[in-house]
Ligand binder design. Structure first.
Ligand SMILES: [Zn+2]
Length: 343
């Protein structure tokens, strides 16, 4: 098994289409650190805050901890943990990891492979991003995990094992999908209505997958919305979404201090957002709140959001399902399950 295959088989918790990307985030962070300091270990107490921030930004909605990936990634053959006395990991608790001086490193075999072929780090990082996260988040995650520039070009596009012809096919399909979706929505963002088109050329409008292609979402119009760049990214982050009736939802976690943030995000909650220009719900199907890949939050309606209606969409203006409910909390069990599954 080569390292691409091994990285491709890293297990992560999944249930009902939602996944927790704890292990991929830790491995990306470790690869970024290896690129800067190949011989450095990652002492848990020193990287805990960095890892926690990554989980806040790209992990599931409820509070979580880097303890689980730090300990359980060992079972995937790419990572090892030793205490300051050279003993094995004391287990998945923060207290024990801190007190023992637990330090993680890429596994000796992987470090040897990277030393012999340094660009392998970029290729593995690219593979993790492509197979575990939506494209709109790749640059942000690469920056936040400290990956060296060049990760974009160091690997063929698409999951490992794909052929050049398959990659070209995906590229063509992506172009066709964008054209079909933007046309269906008459070149307007389904969330905010943005339709800027200097010299008649639409700008900053994208076909956004409701369910990530990396997680069994189809590359078809019935799994896509036309969104502006801002709302595409917020959808992929799980900050915004659609409820069962096609109304826009905004996560409770969203914070905006100024009027602009409130108007562009909070004020949209409750509006119909899943309809094409012809009033068809999101390509005819899949207006359910997205079962996000990688365990990103399913948006919970923001309590500060007002409900409005949009007559262009027959589904609009209905009540927001679950409005005002507290954010669901299944995180501890979810992460524990991931850890157990990774053994
Ligand atoms: Zn928009």
């Amino acid at each position: 098994m080569d390292w691409g295959q091994r990285v491709g088989t890293i297990r992560q918790w999944a249930r009902g289409g939602r996944r927790a990307p704890h292990k991929p985030l830790l491995l990306l962070y470790a690869l970024g650190r290896w690129q800067r300091e190949p011989d450095a270990g990652l002492r848990y107490s020193e990287v805990e805050q960095d890892l926690a921030l990554l989980l806040v930004r790209y992990g599931p909605p409820s509070p979580t901890t880097p303890v689980y990936p730090f300990h359980h990634l060992q079972s995937d053959g790419v990572w090892e943990v030793r205490t300051e006395h050279g003993e094995r990991s004391p287990g998945p608790t923060a207290t024990a990891l801190r007190a023992s001086g637990a330090t993680g490193r890429l596994s000796p075999g992987l470090r040897a492979a990277l030393a012999a072929d340094p660009p392998l780090a970029g290729r593995l990082a690219r593979q993790l991003l492509v197979t575990r996260f939506p494209p709109s988040l790749h640059p942000d995650i690469a920056a936040d995990t400290g990956l060296a520039p060049g990760w974009e070009a160091d690997a063929p596009p698409g999951p490992p094992g794909g052929t050049a012809a398959a990659a070209a096919g995906r590229g063509r399909r992506s172009t066709e999908l964008r054209r079909e979706v933007l046309t269906a929505y008459e070149y307007r963002c389904a969330f905010c209505g943005f339709d800027g088109a200097p010299a008649g050329r639409p700008v900053a409008l994208e076909a956004a997958h409701v369910r990530w292609v990396a997680f069994e979402g189809t590359d078809t119009p019935d799994n896509a919305l036309c969104l502006c760049s801002l709302h595409h990214k917020l959808l992929d982050l799980g900050v915004m979404g659609l409820d069962e009736e096609g109304a826009i939802t905004v996560s409770r976690a969203f914070v905006a201090r100024g009027d602009s943030g409130r108007q562009q995000v909070l004020a949209l909650a409750g509006r119909g957002g899943g309809c094409t220009a012809a009033g068809q719900p999101a390509g005819g199907a899949r207006v359910r709140a997205p079962a996000r890949g990688a365990g990103l939050p399913r948006p919970t309606p923001h309590p500060a959001a007002g409900l409005t209606s949009d007559t262009r969409c027959p589904r609009a203006g209905r009540r927001v399902v679950g409005a005002g409910r507290p954010v669901r909390d299944g995180q501890a069990a979810a992460v524990a399950a991931e850890g157990a599954g990774g053994r």
